[in-house]
Design a protein around this ligand. Structure first.
Ligand SMILES: N[C@@H](CCOP(=O)(O)O)C(=O)O
Length: 462
């Protein structure tokens, strides 16, 4: 399997080189040359597997340059840190299926990919005798998951940018209380979009990227998306076993379009997904795109679901590549137009194609609180505010006989304020958060300027 950039100037990379490159050197995003397709029989068989074995089967279709025994070992080690034996269990509540993706060390879906990516980086760096400086941006969850994936590892330093004062108190503490010498937290005076744009500019400076061996942990890294494809197959298998359904909906709260893009890949592979329901908060460029063809950037608004306080979604470019019939020149032109004008327009035929894969809804703060409250009243189950956005969209949009799986992207204890507003008390804390406020912290506040971040990284790089 070879990997090419969405913008067409980087081609023919192996999986391992694609992982190490992160953002493609032409500014695009890496994608496999083709998406392997599965027969209904394959899908059925995959649905019977335990999580690590399923992950191995899915990965093997995209990874042909790591010996099977080593890949298996990386996968098994990655999911040992999860507190649930099923890794990503599915529970049935109030007419929807909740795919719990928060049983990893930092209580969010990011752990599913970042535990693996941390181990994979360690393996590849050892094999190559190299060092790496990871540079990533977070709106709250990626940061701590990436930090936990590599803390204390040899030959890796990690620099994570989070928007100063715009993540939840627990999200901030999960990052800043990790004081291993290889971990550097930077609170950027700006939004997540500012942080993500700094990361992309630093990766785009190829001399800097190569001098400091930059590594990517955001979903610009294909390995992130690949690892997230697995749980769509897992959930389908579990729900199919329970209901006998053939088709299924997935409802995905999304900001950076990574998680839902993984679902899109699963659909292209042959998983019978009737539609992917794209759920956003008030930062709704993506839901406006699906509903009205309006892909125009707005101001980032603070909401109750801060991990989705994003306007410019990285992985949208990967989707554009397919929407534009795999034409890299059109993607490159569109990204340039978007950079200059802050908007993109779509032909009717393209909008029709979008509608074949996606439905979408914007869910505001009031609706988020109401959903947490009503769901709790009906079931006793506490949703986190991001999951609540997905549940609200699922209930509004899924129809007919097909069951709907809502991706529960984070544990509610990460967002105690939103939960308290909804149900009048804080959610129960998992053991990993006990005493987190009392731990020593380390974090620098920095201006939202690429040069300031590059200087900081240069001073602290391996
Ligand atoms: N919601 C994310 C933002 C970064 O997204 P990623 O999937 O590209 O890492 C977060 O919580 O940091």
């Amino acid at each position: 399997m070879r990997y090419h950039s969405t913008r067409g100037k980087v081609r023919g990379l192996s999986f391992k080189d694609a992982v190490m490159m992160g953002l493609a050197d032409d500014g695009g995003l890496l994608l496999p040359e083709s998406i392997p397709t599965l027969t209904p029989g394959d899908v059925e068989a995959l649905g019977q597997l335990a999580y690590p074995e399923l992950a191995f089967q899915v990965f093997s279709r995209f990874v042909d340059d790591i010996p099977a025994a080593n890949l298996k070992n990386l996968i098994e080690r990655s999911y040992q840190s999860f507190t649930h034996p099923e890794v990503t269990p599915v529970v049935h509540q109030d007419g929807v299926y909740i795919l719990e993706l928060f049983h990893g060390p930092t209580l969010a879906f990011k752990d599913v990919a970042l535990q693996f990516l941390g181990n994979l980086f360690e393996y590849l760096l050892k094999e190559r005798g190299e060092k790496m400086n990871i540079l990533g941006a977070t709106s709250g969850d990626t940061g701590s998951a990436a930090i936990y994936g590599v803390r204390g590892k040899q030959n890796i330093n990690i620099f994570i940018l989070h928007p100063h004062g715009r993540v939840s108190p627990i999200q901030e503490l999960q990052m800043t209380t990790v004081t291993d010498p290889n971990v550097f937290n930077l609170a950027v005076r700006g939004t997540f979009d500012d942080g993500q744009s700094i990361v992309k500019e630093a990766f785009g400076d190829l001399e800097f990227k190569s001098r400091y061996s930059l590594g990517a942990v955001n979903s610009i890294n294909w390995a992130r998306v690949l690892a997230q494809v697995v749980y769509y197959f897992y959930a389908y298998g579990r729900v199919r076993r329970e209901t006998g359904c053939r088709e299924i909906y997935f409802s995905v709260p999304t900001g950076n379009f990574g998680d839902i893009f993984a679902g899109y890949i699963a659909k292209r592979m042959g998983l019978p997904i009737r539609r992917l329901i794209l759920a956003t908060n008030e930062n709704n460029i993506l839901s406006r795109f699906v509903r009205d063809g309006d892909y125009s950037v707005g101001q980032v608004t603070e909401t109750l679901s801060p991990s989705m306080d994003i306007q410019v979604a990285s992985n949208f470019e990967r989707y554009l590549f397919y929407l534009y019939q795999q034409n890299p020149d059109r993607v490159a032109q569109a990204m340039e137009d978007f950079r200059k004008q802050g908007r993109l327009e779509f032909a009717d035929a393209e909008r029709a194609r979008v509608g074949e894969d996606f439905l979408a809804l914007t869910v505001n703060k009031t609706q988020t609180v109401e959903t947490i409250r009503d769901f709790h009243a009906a079931t006793g189950y506490v949703l986190d505010p991001h999951t609540a956005v997905g549940v609200k969209a699922a209930k509004a949009l899924a129809g007919g006989e097909a069951p709907v799986v809502c991706l529960a992207t984070a544990h509610p204890a990460k967002f105690a304020d939103a939960v308290r507003q909804a149900i009048g008390r804080e959610p129960q804390r998992p053991a990993s958060l006990e005493g987190i406020e009392d731990r020593p912290k380390r974090c620098e506040v920095i201006e939202a300027e690429t040069q300031a971040v590059k200087d900081y990284l240069a001073q602290n790089a391996l």
